[in-house]
Design a protein around this ligand. Structure first.
Ligand SMILES: Cc1cc2nc3c(=O)[nH]c(=O)nc-3n(C[C@H](O)[C@H](O)[C@H](O)COP(=O)(O)O)c2cc1C
Length: 308
């Protein structure tokens, strides 16, 4: 009998679906594969207006559950041997639709199942993955693998092309900037992950799947990222709380504070970021051993609360 795999995902621009289609492309004849898209009841705009984009931060960071459409009964009641769970980080946390799913009753679809997470991000996904690990554990699932695709351009270039895409809708390369998002060649190359997932599933060796996935480059992690995310998440938590004191999502009373946050984040990225890269570099040299331990942890599937 063919193994049954559920591909569960949210995507706003289609990138994650494209990645998942590639991951399964070499195993789709050997397995029964169902797709289920997680969809918010009220869709987020694309392209984003700047205000709506920054206004989405506080609820994402405080992990206020977003209402999602019900998953079909046919999916909830079917038997699956494995779930491929595709998601993206928003403001260093699982995107709001994914968070909504993890905190909903539909998350019980993960109960008793091995789960492989597939991330499509700009390049900062560590804290989001910790929250997803927690969500999978709470739902009674077991994380057995992680594939994290990122935009491999330098941080500044990837940010600028992301901004062009998110606010103008232009993904294609422009005069000075490359195409936005995960590089096409990396998306296509993600088909190499399907066969090991299939082999470990049918051989009952999913406990060693992540080692094999890491061996073929499922996660590349620069230690500086750990420091950057630690710093970023602290600031986001402060701002999320400060903004929400004035009201919930869309409340006009919080407009002033959302705009303050927007200005601060843009300044931090373009002015303070080179400076903080320097301090991160120094910290990196001083704390190398601890950071290398952190890197080993974040590359793996175990979950220990409070690591970031
Ligand atoms: C509101 C918002 C916040 C984002 N925050 C992050 C982030 O914290 N880290 C990151 O690496 N990418 C971030 N991104 C980029 C998304 O991860 C990227 O848009 C996603 O990979 C696109 O996938 P999709 O079109 O399949 O949803 C953010 C995107 C949006 C729209």
């Amino acid at each position: 009998m063919k193994p049954r795999i559920l591909v569960l995902y949210y995507t706003q621009t289609g990138q994650l679906r494209d990645i998942l289609d590639n991951v399964i492309s070499d195993i789709k004849d050997k397995a029964e594969i169902d797709f289920a898209a997680i969809e918010p009841v009220k869709a987020f705009p694309f392209p984003w207006t700047t205000y709506e984009f920054f206004d989405a931060m506080p609820e994402g960071v405080e992990r206020i559950p977003l209402e999602i459409k019900p998953l079909p009964d046919a999916i909830m009641n079917a038997h699956y041997d494995l779930v491929l769970f595709g998601y993206q980080p928003w403001f260093l946390n699982p995107s709001q639709p994914i968070n909504g799913f993890l905190l909903s009753k539909w998350a019980s679809v993960l109960k008793g199942k091995p789960v492989v997470t597939v991330i499509g991000s700009r390049n900062m996904w560590l804290h989001a993955q910790e929250k997803v690990k927690e969500g999978i554990e709470n739902a009674g699932g077991k994380l057995v693998g992680n594939i994290a695709l990122v935009d491999n351009n330098t941080n500044l270039v990837s940010l600028l092309s992301f901004i062009r895409f998110a606010f103008k809708g232009q993904k294609e390369k422009s005069r000075f900037l490359p195409a936005a998002g995960v590089q096409d060649k990396d998306i296509k190359a993600s088909k190499r992950f399907g066969p090991p997932i299939y082999e470990h599933l049918v051989n009952g060796t999913l406990d060693s799947l992540q080692d094999e996935l890491l061996g073929i480059g499922s996660v590349a992690l620069n230690p500086g990222l750990v420091l950057l995310e630690q710093r970023g998440i602290k600031n986001f938590r402060f701002w999320a709380n400060y903004i929400r004191q004035k009201g919930g999502a869309g409340d006009p009373n919080r407009k002033g504070r959302v705009k303050q946050f927007q200005r601060l984040l843009l300044t931090a990225i373009f002015v303070l970021s080179p400076l903080s890269s320097l301090t991160a570099f120094i910290k990196l040299q001083l704390n190398k051993r601890t950071l290398l331990k952190d890197v080993a942890y974040f590359k793996n599937t175990a979950y220990e609360a409070g690591r970031i």
